[in-house]
Design a binder for this molecule. Structure first.
Ligand code: ZN
Ligand code: ZN
Ligand code: ZN
Length: 253
C-alpha cells in the first residue's frame, strides 16, 4: 500500500493569501502546503480521503489517472470543495462517495446541482452517496474502517486501512476509538500549531496521542503557517515527522 500526501496544510493553505510571514515566504518547498488530503494506492485500487479545495492541482501534480472511491472525513470546505473536479475520473462510471450522515447531508445541500435533474454533458460529477456506520467497508483487497473522532463539538471520521490510520482535524479521540488504532505501522495525525486550538490538536497534544497509540511511525498533517518544516522536524522524536505535499509512504501489505 502506498500513501501519497496530496496536501498537508490547514484550511487557508500555505502560503496564506496576503501573509508575508517567514513560513509563507519560505523558499523550502516543504513549507508550501496545499489543503489536506491523501491518496491511497493498493494493488489495483485507488482511493481518496477528502477532495480538498486544491484537488485539481494535486491530482495533476501526482499523475492521478484513476479513482475507485472517495471517503470523506467531514464536510468543511477545505476537505470537500474540490468534489466537482473529480469529473474526468468518473466519466465512465458512478463514483462511490462514503461519509457519515452529517457529511452526506452537507454534500446534498452544497452540491445540490449534482442531484437535480438538469442537463448532464460533462458538467456534473457522477456520484453515489453511501452512508458509513461503524463497520468497515470491504473493497475486496482492502477494508476501510471508519474511526469516530471529535473535531471540536463535531463528530467526524478518521480512517484505518490495514496498518495505516489517518486522523485529520482531530481534537479528541473517544475511548472506544483507541481500540481501532492498535498495532499501527503508520499514524497520520493533525497538528495545527504549537498553541492549543478549540478544534484541532496542537503539536504537544498530537505527541501525547502518539504516546498513547504507539504507532511505529507518525506524521503530522493539517499544519498552519506557525510551523516551519525543518525547525519542527528537529524537535520531534525520531519516529515522528511533519508530512509534506507529495511525500510518499510505503507500507507492507
Ligand atoms: Zn481542515
Ligand atoms: Zn504566513
Ligand atoms: Zn475541519
Amino acid at each position: 500500500m502506498q500513501i501519497i500526501f496530496l496536501g498537508t496544510g490547514t484550511s487557508h493553505g500555505i502560503p496564506c493569501i496576503a501573509c508575508s510571514c517567514a513560513i509563507c515566504t519560505s523558499s523550502d518547498p516543504k513549507n508550501a502546503r496545499t489543503r489536506a488530503s491523501i491518496w491511497i494506492r493498493h494493488r489495483h485500487l485507488s482511493l481518496l480521503i477528502d477532495t480538498s479545495t486544491d484537488f485539481r492541482f494535486q491530482a495533476i501534480r501526482e499523475g492521478m489517472t484513476s479513482l475507485d472511491a472517495i471517503f470523506f472525513t467531514h464536510a468543511h470546505a477545505d476537505h470537500l470543495h474540490g468534489l466537482d473536479d473529480i469529473r474526468p475520473l468518473c466519466r465512465d462510471k458512478t463514483m462511490p462517495v462514503y461519509g457519515n450522515e452529517a457529511t452526506l447531508t452537507e454534500i446534498r445541500s452544497r452540491f445540490n446541482y449534482i442531484f437535480e435533474d438538469t442537463q448532464k454533458g460533462g458538467g456534473k460529477p457522477k456520484i453515489e452517496l453511501i452512508s458509513l456506520g461503524n463497520g468497515a467497508v470491504d473493497l475486496g483487497d482492502l477494508a476501510v474502517q471508519p474511526v469516530p473522532i471529535k473535531h471540536g463539538s463535531l463528530d467526524i471520521l478518521g480512517f484505518r486501512l490495514g496498518g495505516f490510520a489517518y486522523l485529520t482535524d482531530c481534537s479528541g479521540i473517544p475511548e472506544e476509538s483507541y481500540k481501532l488504532l492498535e498495532n499501527l505501522e503508520i499514524l497520520v495525525i493533525g497538528a495545527l500549531r504549537d498553541k492549543p486550538h478549540e478544534t484541532h490538536f496542537s503539536v504537544p497534544e498530537a505527541l501525547a496521542e502518539i504516546g498513547r497509540i504507539r504507532p511505529e511511525r507518525a506524521y503530522f498533517t493539517h499544519l498552519c503557517h506557525n510551523l516551519e518544516h525543518q525547525e519542527l522536524l528537529s524537535r520531534l522524536p525520531p519516529n515522528v515527522e511533519p508530512a509534506y505535499d507529495g511525500q510518499v509512504l510505503d507500507l507492507g501489505d
